[in-house]
Structures are given as C-alpha cells and as structure tokens.
Unconditional design. Structure first.
Length: 133
C-alpha cells in the first residue's frame, strides 16, 4: 500500500472512484433472475425496476440485478445495451448503469455472474452515523 499526496492527483480518477462508491453504498435493492430465456430475464428485470420506485421518483438509490443463468455473453452485451437505453428512456435519463460479467473486456467490470447495477443519484442520499449532529 502506498500513500500519495492527493492534492495534485488525478481529479477525474477521484471523481470516478467517488461515483462508483456512492452507487454501491446506496444500493437499496437486489434481485436475481433464474429465467431460462432472455424474454424471462427481461420480464424479471422490469419487474425489479417497477418494485424500485427510488429509480424514478427522484429519491435515488441502486438496484443490483443478477442473472446467473445468462451464459451467452455476446447476447448479454446486446441485451445490456438495449435494456440500458430503455431504462434511461422510460425510467430516468439520469440513470447510471454498469454492466458486469465474467469475461468483460475490462477487468474491473468482471463478476462471477452477469449483472446490471442501476443507480439514480440524488442530493439527499447521505450516509449518516450516530456522530452526525
């Protein structure tokens, strides 16, 4: 572990780290689809989104949607792009959507099972503790 001076650090990298951390810390719901087809997984995804009003009502938060039986990663990439476009159009254009799967080209986006993390940021999302006054 090395400790470096962050005053002159890469602000874009710091902002990306904070954005990712915020989205993970404020995940409010998770859903798993064991659908046997893309159609069933698509249906399950929209059911999970409908059960997560914080994605559309402005309160913000995250939804993790896992699809362990989705094993065609070429189709998963297409599925993810189409679903992301639909979510941003029908739910909120401010959604941040991260796509993870076992053979993702970016090592930081690899996960044991295909999943989508859908997040809506909001100013009122804070982490509180008993020390806050």
């Amino acid at each position: 572990i090395s400790v470096t001076d962050t005053t002159g650090g890469d602000e874009a990298e710091d902002a990306a780290f904070v954005e990712l951390g915020r989205s993970i810390l404020h995940t409010k719901a998770a859903s798993v689809s064991f659908g046997a087809s893309v159609v069933e997984m698509h249906r399950d995804l929209w059911a999970a989104v409908a059960a997560a009003p914080f994605l559309s009502d402005g309160t913000g938060g995250g939804l993790l949607f896992v699809m362990p039986s989705f094993n065609n990663f070429d189709i998963f990439e297409d599925f993810s792009m189409l679903v992301s476009t639909g979510l941003r159009h029908l739910v909120s254009h401010d959604l941040q959507i991260r796509v993870y799967h076992p053979i993702h080209p970016s090592v930081s986006l690899r996960a044991p099972a295909p999943c989508l993390h859908i997040f809506l940021d909001a100013e009122d999302l804070f982490a509180f503790s008993e020390f806050d006054t």
